[in-house]
Design a protein around this ligand. Structure first.
Ligand code: MSP
Length: 474
């Protein structure tokens, strides 16, 4: 039987429309889902929207809309945007769906039975932007450094979950990579947090109507983060036994801002109810725009639709995936996207393809044999696969580009446009075309539409040269 593989994105708050920040983890998950399907895994790729809590409620009020209508509208925008970006999700989950409520209620009852929750009083600060309680030490001059907004003082009854009962166990699991946290810096960060972790976390909030009521204390609403994390089980059918097909063979793609929720709180919750923690968590760094945080108030938000308009769907996917690498934030700009598009897609992929096509058509070549070409691309192909597996997508793309550069070098040396010997021309074309198509095949998870367009040129052992002119990334 094929192996099962679950890949997830964060579920996005509906207080804001999709932008390239939310597009990034969605694209990374899409590339991995497509790659794993290619490798023969039975993949379940889930994304969706996180719709409860104060933040979403406030956004609905601000828009002067009923919260249900508002969340329906924004959630639909996310789904449609991901469809336009050619995201191959198997499930788009909304936390307002009945199937999710059912999973959350089941999970919470189990948590109560575990004996790891208790009633208490919370007195302290809360950042609505993060939907998190905050320590004074986490704030800068009273402001949340992530959202640049004032944390509010709250005093309320909450139910708490004893995370502290699991910190030692988690340390062991993370150190031994039973829970693999990547990149390495994020593993170290999590272990650092665990060393000093003393706090228990709230699993419910008082005075909040927009959420799932706590079944054993109707005055309370299930805390939005606990509600949201459970989506990863809802999507695979929990509490129905079906979920066991995929759990815990999961890869959570997340941003660095929500590392502790996924690497500490979520595994602790799962351990408490006797489920296995997630196998793998990958936390990516952020985009900044010309040195600044991307935000509505600064007016520098870039949307996936703007990118699609300028670069086409595959172009938008490519330039986004090429611009985040490493642990540090990655500064982007329209100029950078344009330069990347021109260099990698227009000049490399697009130009090579049209050179090959024009040469074949000029010489009246209709079919060519595929060959075991002499171009040195094996190492790049191998490293590409390894980098994708490690989720270093930008580095993987550099490897793919090295293949196109090899093809360019090969063509420049062979100069088939000056050649008169038809057989030599055919050999050069056959070699470079074969290498080109293999590289596009490799890139298929990143450039699915381009692959769909050009890969049919290869039919069994033959290359059928298209009669018409096809322009890629012009
Ligand atoms: N709803 C929670 C997640 C719950 S998951 C159980 C949430 N939502 S969010 O909409 O605020 O952001 C989710 C993710 O979007 C971040 O973790 C990150 O992956 C991505 N990004 C948001 N802004 C970003 C950038 N500027 N750059 C790159 N990614 C960013 O948190």
């Amino acid at each position: 039987m094929e192996k099962a593989f679950l890949v997830t994105t964060p579920i996005y708050y509906v207080n804001d429309f999709p932008h390239i920040g939310s597009a990034y983890p969605t694209l990374v998950a899409d590339v991995i889902a497509r790659q794993k399907r290619k490798e023969g895994y039975r993949v379940h790729f889930s994304t969706g929207t996180d719709e409860h809590g104060v933040k979403n409620l406030q956004a609905a009020k601000y828009a002067n809309k009923d919260v249900r209508i508002f969340t329906d509208e924004v959630s639909a925008k996310f789904k449609a945007t991901w469809e336009r970006l050619n995201i191959s999700f198997d499930d788009f989950i909304r936390t307002t769906e009945p199937r999710h409520t059912q999973a959350v209620l089941y999970f919470i009852e189990k948590l109560k039975d575990s004996g790891h929750i208790y009633q208490g009083m919370y007195k302290g600060l809360y950042c609505i932007g993060c939907e998190m309680f905050k320590e004074g030490s986490e704030l800068v001059e009273g402001l949340c450094p992530i959202h640049q907004r004032k944390a509010e003082y709250v005093e309320e009854k909450n139910w708490f979950f004893r995370v502290s009962a699991f910190t030692d166990k988690l340390k062991g699991l993370i150190e031994s990579d039973a829970i693999t946290i990547e990149p390495a810096g994020k593993k170290a960060e999590t272990l650092g947090l665990l060393k000093i972790w003393i706090n228990d976390v709230s699993i419910s909030r008082e005075h909040l109507s927009w959420g799932i009521p706590l079944p054993f204390d109707k005055e309370q609403t299930i805390y939005v983060w606990v509600d949201a994390l459970i989506n990863y089980l809802t999507t695979i059918g929990y509490p129905d036994e079906r979920y066991k097909e995929f759990w815990p063979n999961v890869l959570h793609i997340i941003g660095k801002d929500i590392l502790k929720h996924h690497a500490i709180i979520w595994p602790a919750l799962l351990l408490a109810i006797g489920l296995e923690p997630p196998k793998r968590i990958f936390a990516h760094s952020f985009f900044t725009v010309e040195g600044q945080k991307m935000s509505k108030s600064l007016g520098n938000v870039i949307t996936p639709d703007e990118l699609i308009k300028k670069f086409g769907v595959d172009g938008a996917r490519y330039v986004l995936l090429a611009e985040i690498s490493g642990d540090k934030d990655n500064d982007i700009s329209w100029q950078k996207f344009q330069a990347r598009y021109d260099a990698d897609l227009k000049h490399n992929i697009g130009n090579i393809f049209s050179r090959l096509l024009v040469l074949a058509q000029k010489n009246d070549i209709k079919t060519l044999p595929t060959t075991n070409y002499s171009l040195q691309t094996n190492n790049h192909q191998k490293t590409f696969q390894e980098e994708i597996e490690k989720l270093n997508i930008a580095q993987a793309l550099r490897e793919a580009q090295a293949i196109f550069e090899e093809i360019n070098k090969y063509l420049d040396a062979a100069k088939p446009w000056k050649e008169t010997d038809k057989e030599k021309i055919a050999t050069t074309l056959s070699e470079s075309f074969s290498a080109f198509l293999d590289a596009i095949d490799l890139l298929e998870p990143v450039l699915p539409a381009t692959a769909k367009q050009v890969l049919p040129i290869k039919k069994g052992d033959a290359l059928i040269v298209p009669k018409e002119n096809i322009h890629l990334f012009s």
